[in-house]
Design a protein around this ligand. Structure first.
Ligand SMILES: CC(C)(COP(=O)(O)OP(=O)(O)OC[C@H]1O[C@@H](n2cnc3c(N)ncnc32)[C@H](O)[C@@H]1OP(=O)(O)O)[C@@H](O)C(=O)NCCC(=O)NCCS
Length: 167
């Protein structure tokens, strides 16, 4: 039987370890910026800080079978007024509307905080993520060609995508 997926809920400090687990499980796919084996301590600090931060930072999780099945995080990368978005779902949580629900929750939060734009970076070959973001209104603003040197020595390219929420 397939475990039910909960609706996105605001993350608490007790969810941080589950978020780190999600990244540790997903990272070997190569779909994330984080590389296998992930630096759990660094991620714990990053997500812990995100959960503790005030608006406009926001963190949400979905539960699957009693564990964190995925999350979305938005945070201000600098004093631009823009929010950066990161998200990941366990394989068993994909294709079931949870990605869109997390994304819609993050965008609603951004709008409620008068954020004019949300941006993200995705590997150029991450078709599934790009399709999700495009369906939610994100457009490609640029390409970072062969920008990232990975641990295996390869160079990878990303799309810079963003959605304008207000003028
Ligand atoms: C990216 C992610 C959050 C998307 O969530 P999801 O629940 O899997 O999304 P969906 O299954 O609804 O797919 C989104 C869209 O892509 C389409 N899609 C699914 N698999 C696809 C594939 N292999 N290639 C192209 N499009 C695909 C779906 O049909 C859907 O479009 P639709 O709504 O028009 O039908 C999730 O797959 C994930 O966590 N992936 C691993 C980590 C990751 O890539 N994070 C994002 C980093 S930028």
């Amino acid at each position: 039987m397939t475990d039910e997926i909960g609706a996105p809920r605001q993350a608490t400090p007790g969810d941080v370890e589950g978020m780190v687990d999600v990244v540790a499980i997903v990272a070997p796919e190569g779909s994330l910026g984080a590389q296998h084996p992930v630096d759990r301590e660094m991620l714990r600090e990053r997500y812990g800080a995100g959960v503790a931060a005030e608006h406009p930072t926001g963190v949400w999780v979905v539960d699957v079978g009693g564990r964190v099945g995925g999350f979305a995080l938005v945070f201000p990368p600098g004093p631009t007024g823009v929010l950066d978005l990161a998200m990941a779902l366990l394989p068993e949580a994909r294709g079931r509307g949870a990605g869109r629900a997390l994304l819609d929750t993050a965008l609603a939060h951004a709008r409620a905080n008068d954020v004019h734009k949300v941006e993200l970076e995705a590997w150029v070959d991450n078709a599934r993520a790009i399709a999700l973001y495009t369906a939610a209104g994100f457009v490609v603003e640029g390409v970072r060609r062969d920008h990232y040197r990975r641990r295996d020595g390869s160079l990878r390219s990303t799309l810079l995508m963003a959605v304008h929420l207000a003028d």
